[in-house]
Design a protein around this ligand. Structure first.
Ligand code: CMC
Length: 392
């Protein structure tokens, strides 16, 4: 039926209409529900941004209080989830642990599998996953460290609670550093949504089969894992460390990135949509300077990163291909200053992206979008007869 056009990587194919995030790659504009990312990063909080993305408007005071208390009340996870966690070796990558624990919610809340649930029940799934994700994220780290888990502390706010579960010990008091907590909140805001990227499209396509919210989000986490997507933040720090160990020779690494016979790419550079600059990278670069100064951290890889950026901005190869630093170029440097290890960077990205995934899933369901099912152009063998194994 009709001619099928193939568009590998969907470079020019829209998959949906959406009212969540506006992005203009030529002008470097990013807005959530109409609000510029610069204003949200400066003035809002992550939980408020989550509300905005999911429900479409900034909350009234009382709406926000209700939302916050709902999220706070659901932070605890079923005790049996600890058994699942215990089953993972400490070598387990935290992203794999995170996606598994999110999938396991389908077992603890089987009613979430019913596609005909009421809106109230769907909303409860939304609250649950928002509330439990920091617990899962922190526990995936505790598993890697071989340390006992720390239970959520509902006296703390979203980021403070996460930091305590991440860095606290069950036997000790933990005091949240407001500089660390605010920096984390800002990073989560910057990652909260980015329209139809690889993981958001995954969430929508999985959800389009009427799979549960938990199953769809878990698929999104796995899509985010790869180094070309959310895994880039870990890859950036590894690259910067590699350059440092190599005597800081940025020119040599630039040459490697430009060499078409070398698979190496300058990690944290380039974007499918941003062709002028990534507005998130601008905010993050400034935040990196602020946070490192406030915490009194002197990280030599920050200088390497700045040098590399400067060289790339002046290099014909990068200029011709419109390759600029993306959100992940400086985020790892901040995470590291906050004490978060490189293996956890992509988990942090997932924590930030969660409201976006939820909003994308909810919009897809509310719009009653059809099941995602791309077509293909077949280029394989023509019909041929089966040959017995003995005669082949
Ligand atoms: N270093 C060197 N060359 C690059 C890079 C890079 N980082 N990125 C793209 N190129 C070149 C690429 O080789 C190609 O060159 P040519 O036209 O000569 O073949 C040209 O630029 C276009 O690249 P593309 O791969 O066709 O572009 P894309 O839109 O398919 O890929 C990208 C976008 C982000 C996957 C890619 O730029 C990349 O691999 N960047 C490094 C990984 C990274 O930082 N990812 C994080 C993206 S932002 C956060 C997120 O989405 O999670």
């Amino acid at each position: 039926s009709g001619v099928i056009t193939i568009d590998p990587g969907f470079k020019n194919t829209g998959s949906t209409k959406s009212a969540i995030t506006f992005l203009d790659g030529e002008k470097g504009i990013l807005r959530y529900r109409g609000y510029p990312i610069e204003q949200l990063a400066d003035k809002s909080t992550f939980l408020e941004v989550a509300y905005l993305l999911i429900y479409g408007e900034l909350p009234q005071k009382s709406e926000f209080e209700t939302f916050k208390s709902q999220v706070t009340n659901h932070t605890l996870v079923h005790e049996d989830i600890k058994k699942l966690l215990d089953g993972f070796p400490s070598t387990a990558h935290p992203m794999g642990v995170l996606s598994s624990l999110v999938t396991s919610l389908t077992a603890f809340y089987p009613q979430s599998l019913d596609p005909n649930r009421s809106w109230e029940e769907v909303n409860l799934s939304i609250i649950r996953i928002l509330a439990k994700m920091p617990t899962f994220a922190a526990w995936s780290y505790k598993n890697q460290m071989g340390h006992p888990v720390v239970y959520p502390d509902n006296k703390l706010d979203y980021c403070g609670n996460f930091l305590k579960m991440m860095f606290g010990l069950p036997t000790e008091e933990y005091e949240v550093d407001p500089v660390v907590s605010r920096a984390l909140d800002k990073l989560l805001i910057l990652h909260a949504d980015h329209e139809q990227n690889c993981s958001a499209s995954t969430v929508r396509i999985v959800g389009s089969s009427q799979a549960s919210l938990y199953a769809s989000i878990s698929a999104g986490i796995n899509a985010l894992w790869g180094p070309l997507h959310g895994g880039a933040n870990t890859a950036v720090i590894e690259m910067l460390e590699g350059i440092k160990a190599d005597g800081g020779d940025t020119k040599k690494w630039m040459a490697k990135a430009k060499d078409k016979n070398d698979p190496f790419r300058l990690m944290g550079f380039g974007h499918r949509v941003y062709k002028n600059f990534d507005p998130r990278a601008r905010i993050i670069k400034k935040a990196a300077d602020d946070v490192l100064e406030k915490l009194g951290v002197n990280d030599p890889v920050l200088d390497i990163a700045k040098g590399l950026e400067q060289e790339a901005l002046e290099d014909q190869y990068f200029v011709d291909r419109k390759l600029y630093p993306n959100v992940d170029f400086y985020s790892g440097i901040i995470y590291r200053a906050l004490g978060i290890p490189a293996e956890m960077f992509t988990v942090m990205f997932a924590l930030g992206r969660l409201p976006g995934w939820i909003a994308q899933w909810k919009e897809m369901r509310e719009n009653k979008e059809p099941i995602g099912r791309p077509r293909q152009v077949y280029v394989g063998e023509n019909e041929r007869d089966y040959v017995d194994l003995a005669k082949r």
